[in-house]
Each structure stands twice: as C-alpha cells, then as structure tokens.
Design a protein around this ligand. Sequence first.
Ligand SMILES: [Zn+2]
Ligand SMILES: [Zn+2]
Length: 341
Amino acid sequence: MKAMILERLSSLEKEREPLVLASIPDPVPGDDEVLLRIRTCGVCHTELDEIEGRTPPPHLPVVLGHQVVGIVEATGRHVEGIQQGDRLGVAWIFSSCGRCKYCLEGNENLCNEFKATGRDANGGYAEFMTVPAASAFPIPDIFSDAEAAPLLCAGAIGYRSLKLTGLQNGQNLGLTGFGASAHLVLKITRYRFPASKIFVFARSPKEREFAMEIGAVWAGDTADSPPELLDCIIDTTPVWKPVVEAMKHLKPGGRLVINAIRKEDHDKETLLELDYPEHLWMEKEIKSVANVARSDVHEFLRLAAQIPIQPDIQEYSLEDANIALLELKNRKIRGAKVLLI
Ligand SMILES: [Zn+2]
Ligand SMILES: [Zn+2]
C-alpha cells in the first residue's frame, strides 16, 4: 500500500519534507483487530512533536496520523459487532493494558501502557491500517469523512480539556491559541454553556477574526488583557509565554488547563517571569490534559452530531502531507487540515 512514512527525526526548520512516500506491505488484522481502508486522516500538531522528537516514536519507520476515518475491509476472528463496510474512526488512543486502576476506572488515557496511534503503532497517513476493535469508533452519519477526521483528536481532546476546566454555565472561559482544537471547544462551549462568555487570545489577526466570527465576545493578542477576569482558560499553544500571560487573567480559584502533549523549549525562560502573587496566589491552578479516554471520543462524537458541529477544514492529498505539516508549523491555520486518501 501507499504510505507517507517517517524514517528519521528532524527539525522542520531544516527538513521541509520529513515524510517520504513509500510502498509498504498491507497490514493484516490480529484476532481482536479490524483492517480499515482509510478515507481521510487529520493532520495534528502532535505530528510535529513526533517528527521533531519531543514525543518520538519508539520504532522507525512509522506511519503517523491519529485522526483516521475508514471503512472496515476485514475483521479478526474474535471481533464481534463490526461488519465489513462499517465506517469507523480511530483516535490517539490505540490501546492500553485494560487491567490497571486507570483502565478499570475509564481513564485509560493515564495507563502506563498507553499506546498512541501513529506513534507507537502505524496510523492513518496511508491507504490501510489495523486497530484494536475496541479503539474504533462509529462515526455519526451526519459527518462527511473529511469533517469527521478533526473531531477525532482536536475535538475529543478539546472536549476532555473542557471537562477538566470544570466550567459552569455563565462562567467566563478563555482560550489561548486558536487552532483546530480551540475552535471546536468554542463551538461545544456555546452549545453546552450558552450563558458563558468566551475570550480568545491568539497571535494572528486571522485567528482572532475567525474567533469573533464564530462567537467569541472578545479576541486579543496573547499579551492583551481581556475586559473581564476569567474562571478557566484552556491553553493550546506549543509554547510557555501564553501560559504565563494567561495566569494573570484568572479569577481567584481559577484554573488553566494545558492541552498540549509537549511544549517547545525555546521560550522556557519565560517561566521565570511567573510572579507568585500575580500569577498563582489565590488558589489558581495549572493542570495538563493527557491523551484521550475512549469515553471522551464516544461522548464527543455524540455531542458533535447533536450540536451539530461542522469543523472548518482544509483538504490536502496524502502526497501533500509535508505541505500541510509545514503550514501547521508556520501557523498557517484556519480550521483543521485533513488528508484525503
Ligand atoms: Zn492530535
Ligand atoms: Zn492500564
């Protein structure tokens, strides 16, 4: 089959084509797995973290991509309830141990043996992939293949981030960074918490304009001060400055949730500007969000179909994956990037 593979780690500043088009053997499903003929795969910032080594794949070469929509081509002999021809999605959660405390309580995202799609196992930048049947999610009919892809990561993890903020209807939410995940969080928040006001911090005027178009009450630069203090903020930026800036704008008892698998190190010294009375005093909290549990993906897809959410997408061919990644690196973003396969 055709796949865009990652053979070695590199920096996108030096290597503008980190993925290579290759022909590799078709995968064969194990007893508990399904084989998917891939239709679309979303392009995520996490791919940059993998390519640049912040969360390196344990084995190379590997096929990246963890927002996959495909059609079941074959099933392993222990798989029940899934038929050839079903349309299923695959998210960042590929597998977990299934036995530990975290797995048993439904937080398999925190499992020590958590395996990620497109990092620890081959993902969706290819014509086919295999995945444990338990980690394949039915896609509501309302979504096209391209629309469904970004829901599987940006949407599901955005949903988990929003849950972790503990936001109540009527409380103010801040979003710092306004890419694929944040724009979906804005849409979910407007539906679930209609009395809440949403304030967006983004560096690019285009992102700020987009935020206002889809319902933010205020949008400013990362260093601007919003007109009101905020109860919770979700940070989806890859760097530290927005975190430090955002902490100033939290109310007493407020919480900042960092939705990023890794942060880049180049502005880490900004953390030294953290001023205890200004940024942390008054019981302000910083919390991270890790991966997604299966329930996040199920719940989010259901919610997205009810609202319904229509992600804004930009489409690319599989062969143009490097172009999409480079644009993501250079923050040329409006909505979510999706490969059509
Ligand atoms: Zn992702
Ligand atoms: Zn476990």
